[in-house]
Every structure is written in C-alpha cells, then in structure tokens.
Design a protein around this ligand. Structure first.
Ligand code: SF4
Length: 656
C-alpha cells in the first residue's frame, strides 16, 4: 500500500473531503465534526421515537438515526418526521437498513440519508465456509450490485445521502471467504458499493468501517482512506462517519470509544462521529462532543509540519505490530506494556506516604502497580526521595521507582537514586552517569524535537528509555520513534506519560487520557504507561489497565461487547447487560457479548467467546463463538444458563 491515509503522521491535518449535505447539516470539508446518535425505541411507535429524537437533539445531537427493519417501519419514518416538525425539530434523519432493500427504497422517500451495510444488503450471511471460484465470485458481485443500483438511483432522484456502513463481524460469506474477517475485507466490501454509486454519477456518499475492536476499526478506516486517495489522488474524498461499535457501557465503553474514535481523529480522519454506548443514547452526546471538541479547536490553529525523518515511524500503519525494543530495566522486549503510577511531588512525610501507598496498593485487587514515579521540584525534595525509597523497601514494596527531576537537580538525585531510574529533561543530562538508568524526556515543540535529540546525543551516551511531554503527544511520539530509528536507536523503549488536566471535567479527562495513550498503543508504540491525576493511585492504575485492555494489549477483566440497542431490541439491554456483568465480571480474559437481536447480534459480536443474544420477546439465545448452542431461554433465567454454559465449556472460575 503506497497511497497515504493522512497528509502527514507528524502533524494534525484534517483529511480533505467534499461536503455532503444531509438536509440542513453539512458534513465533511470545513464543517465541524458532526455529532450523531440513534434512537432505541420501536420505530413504529411514532410518539416515543419522536420524543427520544427530540431529547437527543436537545442534548446536541445533529443527525438522528432510526432503525428501519421492515417496510412498515420505513413507512412510519414519514410520521416520525412530521411529529418532529410539529415539535420544531429539523435535525436530519437517517434510516438504518440491514437485510431489507425494500425498506431502504421506502426510507429514501422520507429521510435525508439511508445507511446500508454492504455485508447484508443483498449478500448472503449464513456463516457458511463455502469456496467461491473467480467466475462465481464475479457473478455474485454483479448480482449484489444490480440489487443495490435501484436504491442509488432513488437516492440521487430525491437528493438523499447514502452511508456505506461496513461492520467488522457482519461481512458476507463471499467477502469472508476471499479476504477473511479483516480490514481489507471491510474495505473491499464497501468499494463494491461505491463502484455502483460512481457508475450512476452519485457522489453524496459517507463511509463507515466500524468494529468493536478499536485496532480493527483504526486500520480499516486508514486503509479505506488510502484506497480512496489512490482512486482519485489529490482530490477531496468522501467524508467518514467514525465509530467503535458495541463499545459497552461505563468507563470501559468510554475508554474503548475514545481509543478508536480519538486515534482516528488524531489522524485527521472523521467528519461525523457516533459513540455507541449501552446506555440511554442521550448520554452518548456529551462523550461525542468532548471527543470532537479537541479537533474542532485544532482546525482553527493549523501547525507547521516538522521535517519528515528519513526512517519510517511504523512498519505497517494498517496492522498492529508492537515496536520491537530491547529489554531495559524491566521494560520492552517481550514484557507486557508496564503500568506506572505518578505520585506527584516528593512526599513531605516519606513514612506516612509509604504507609498510605501500602494501603492503596493492597486495595488494587486483580491489577498490579508495576512502577512509581515521584517528581523532585526543589533541592530539599532530594533527601525526601531517599527516605521514601527506604520506607518503601522496609514495607517490601519493590516496584521500580522513577524520579523525575529538572536538569539542575539531576546530579543530586542521581547520588541518592542509585537503585532508581532517573527521568530528566533531555535539555540537561547532568546526573546521567551516576544513576542506574535514565530516561530522557523531551519538552520541546515538535518542530524542535530533532534538534533537541541531536544536541542531547552530542553531549552524552543515549539513555535507557525516552519520553516526550508535548501538547500534541500522539504526533510527537511518532516523530520521536522515527527520529530514533533514523539515528540507529530504534530498539530503545519509550514511555507514554499522561497527566490529567486538573481543570477538565472528569469525563473529559478520561477521554483525553484514553486517546493520548490509546492511539500510540494501537500503533504499537509504548513500553510503559504512566498515568496520574485521577484522584488516587488506585484510580490511576486501574484506568491505565482499562486503557491497555481497550487497546487489546493486556486483559485484566472480562471484556464485554454489548450493542447500544435500537428499535430491534426486544429487552432492556442496559439492565440485561448489568445482570450478565453481575455474574460474569470476575472471569478474567473472557469476551462476553450481550446483543439486542438475532438479526445483527450474532454477526456483530465478532470475536466474543460467549454470546447472549435477544431472540424474541422475553427470549434469549446463547452462543459459543459463532455457534448457537441454546435457544429461547426465558430472559429471567438466561444469566444463570449462561453461567452453566461457561461452566460446561470449562471456562468458569469461582468468584474470588
Ligand atoms: S445488534 Fe443491537 S444495535 Fe445492532 S441491530 Fe441488533 S439490537 Fe440493534
């Protein structure tokens, strides 16, 4: 793949796209990143759907999607539109279509945009592993395209917009057979539909490439951006709707969304976003707004790109491969990405601080603090650090201690820090020779990073690891690893450090941490994650592990994949997810899906080990992987039946 998915990986630039107008709302080009969500009501219930849509719009949602599982639902979109207008709500509506081309044709008469899923619009999805010869494959593509063509003509006739919305996990058997369940398969599936649109002279198209695994979503969107660029080099491309699907709820749902959506927005990819939480959809809106706000602000302050290094920053931006590093003081090589907690300035009372730390560490339960960072700010702090290290050793707390110190104090710290890692500003490596290990931290604008690195290397031997403290850390880290590679230091570990903005709302701080740490982690950069400022050491450490789990790098808890629910859902998904979590959340390493319907649930639960899928009113089917093994269990008994199933398959462990 030679075409680029972004103008430069080292500076933030929004991907150049054409404007698509969805009713009164412009998407792409210089429009702000638009916020959207989806109703969870029964589409035939006009009053409930219009009410929920109004609440979404009042919360800041700019585009509202409504499921249209049948032609009857699609017909009712007209009534929902009328009721919304009666309430003074003009936000554009989008019909969400799976499996039912006739519903799409009807919906195109009533709403501004229609979303289709190429995996199930007219293609087969029967979980068959069938061989396709080239002639049969081509004939099948043609059949699907001809089935789709009438919709394109109707959309063009009525001035509507189309979203070609591919989902990982709901690819057709044909695509799976040829490309596997991969980002490439997702992209190929979408481009077959684009071919028809362009053939018909229809260009009001938006794309999405969603997955519940943020890594898969990131690579699929990047790959599609590169393929579209290759089709029409240098021309503004089609806008992207960005999201991580089935993200779940609570902190994990927000972390996973921020990693996937945030990483793509860092790439400049994303013209409209939807955060999919298994919660009241109104709660998605502030999360989406907080994610988008960082980048809308950046659009106003374009930055100059630094000179491109001569070495690549990543072996492959379309697949995950952790940057290869040497083993260095417990980091890098085959070690998992380590977790360090930031304690702030050197403690005034080292004994009391060590006792407090002992209590916090004891309360961490399953997760472990693997390193601590203390900052020295003045000379009087130095003996305190020595006393603190002694107090920790007395208590048997043996996690590595890193001491951060400004250049003028580095020498003094190095004398007391013979058993510690010394982290110093790369502008002055005074005490490096005395310390056991050093980390150079760069605090310069990205345009000055190369010169700062060269100046530091001219004064001293390279340290054992690096970090950056930049306003835009994702791009600075990419540049740092490329510069290191260019200077023959490609295999030295890199620490990722994030401090919560003390003035930010808690949720905004959480989303920023998940983006700033998750984006490089999904790129394969980072051997240590250091988080601080979330109220306590235990919270910092837990959140660091949740980010590592969201980025699919370490698994510390059960992973829940749950859909946001929609008009197809036949039970209260939020409450059901809570019931399933209550009995299974101690099963470390297991992936459990809770999905609202059998139409899309089994496909979209992707790589879950066990699935809990609504099959009818008050009924649930249970899955092992993609295989349905229990049918029509009453919902009241279903969580216990799921436990029994996990037990039968030998994956159960008793709580505690
Ligand atoms: S899986 Fe969930 S969100 Fe997707 S169509 Fe079914 S009920 Fe709706």
């Amino acid at each position: 793949m030679t075409a680029r998915y972004a103008a430069s990986p080292f500076v933030w630039r929004r991907r150049a796209t054409r404007e698509v107008r969805i009713g009164d709302v412009g998407v792409g080009a210089s429009n702000p990143i638009r916020i959207q969500s989806m109703t969870t009501t029964d589409t035939r219930d006009t009053a409930a759907t219009a009410l929920q849509a109004s609440l979404l719009v009042a919360a800041g949602c700019e585009i509202v999607r409504v499921t249209a599982p049948s032609i009857t639902d699609a017909e009712n979109l007209a009534a929902i539109r009328a009721e919304l207008l009666r309430r003074g709500v003009r936000a554009p509506l989008v019909a969400d279509i799976h499996f039912t081309p006739n519903a799409a044709m009807e919906a195109a008469l009533h709403v501004e945009k229609v979303r289709v899923n190429p995996g199930n619009y007219a293609d087969k999805k029967r979980f068959e592993q069938r061989e396709y010869g080239d002639a049969e494959y081509a004939a099948e593509v043609e059949r699907v395209q001809e089935r789709f063509r009438p919709l394109v003509r109707r959309l063009r006739q009525y001035g509507r917009v189309l979203r070609i919305g591919t989902n990982h996990g709901s690819l057709s058997d044909r695509i799976l057979n040829r490309f596997g369940d991969t980002p490439l398969g997702m992209v190929e599936s979408a481009l077959e539909f684009l071919d028809v649109c362009e053939d018909e002279g229809f260009f009001d198209v938006v794309f999405s490439m969603k997955a519940s695994n943020p890594q898969v979503a990131i690579y699929a969107y990047r790959l599609l951006a590169a393929r579209l660029e290759a089709r029409a080099p240098g021309r503004p491309s089609y806008p992207f709707h960005v999201g991580v699907t089935e993200a779940g709820d609570g902190v994990d749902g927000r972390v996973k969304s921020a990693i996937g959506i945030g990483a793509l927005l860092e790439d400049g990819i994303g013209d409209t976003i939807r955060v999919s939480l298994t919660e009241d959809p109104v709660k998605e809106i502030p999360v989406a707004r907080a994610l988008a706000a960082r980048y809308d602000a950046r659009s106003a302050l374009p930055l100059a790109a630094p000179a491109e290094p001569g070495a690549p920053w990543l072996a492959d931006p379309f697949a995950h491969r952790r940057r290869e590093t040497i083993e260095s003081f417990g980091l890098g090589a085959d070690h998992p990405v380590r977790v360090e907690a930031w304690l702030g300035p050197a403690p005034v009372d080292p004994e009391a601080a060590a006792a407090e730390l002992e209590r916090e560490l004891a309360g961490l339960g399953e997760v472990a603090c693997e390193g601590l960072l203390v900052d020295v700010v003045q000379a009087s702090d130095v003996p305190r650090v020595a006393a603190f290290a002694e107090a920790l050793a007395k208590r048997g707390i043996l996690v590595p201690l890193t001491v951060g110190a400004p250049a003028e104090l580095a020498e003094a710290v190095a004398r007391v820090a013979s058993q510690l890692v010394l982290r110093i500003d790369a502008a002055g490596q005074g005490g490096a020779a005395l310390a056991l290990a050093t980390e150079w931290s760069f605090r310069v604008p990205i345009q000055e990073l190369a010169a700062a690195l060269d100046a530091a290397l001219a004064r001293s031997q390279p340290p054992q690891r690096f970090s950056v403290e930049a306003a835009l850390p994702v791009h600075a880290l990419r540049l740092l690893v490329a510069l290191l590679a260019e200077r023959g230091l490609a295999r030295l570990p890199v620490a990722l450090r994030h401090r919560a903005d003390p003035f930010a709302e808690v949720e905004t701080a959480l989303l920023s941490a998940a983006t700033d740490l998750g984006a490089p982690l999904c790129d394969g950069i980072g051997d240590l994650v250091s988080l601080g400022g979330f109220g306590s050491l235990a919270r910092d450490v837990e959140l660091a592990y949740r980010i590592l789990q969201g980025a699919r790098l370490r698994t510390s808890w059960t992973e829940f994949i749950s859909c946001p629910s929609c008009g197809r859902t036949l039970f209260d998904l939020e409450e059901t997810t809570a019931r399933v979590k209550a009995v299974t959340s101690h099963l470390r390493g297991l992936k459990i899906a809770v999905m609202g319907c059998v139409v899309n649930g089994p496909g979209e639960m992707a790589d879950a080990d066990f699935g809990y899928v609504g099959s009818g009113v008050g009924k649930v089917d249970l899955y092992v992987g993609q295989e349905r093994v229990v049918r029509n269990v009453a919902t009241a008994a279903a969580p216990e039946r799921l436990v029994a199933l996990i037990r039968e398959r030998g994956r159960w462990v008793e709580p505690g």
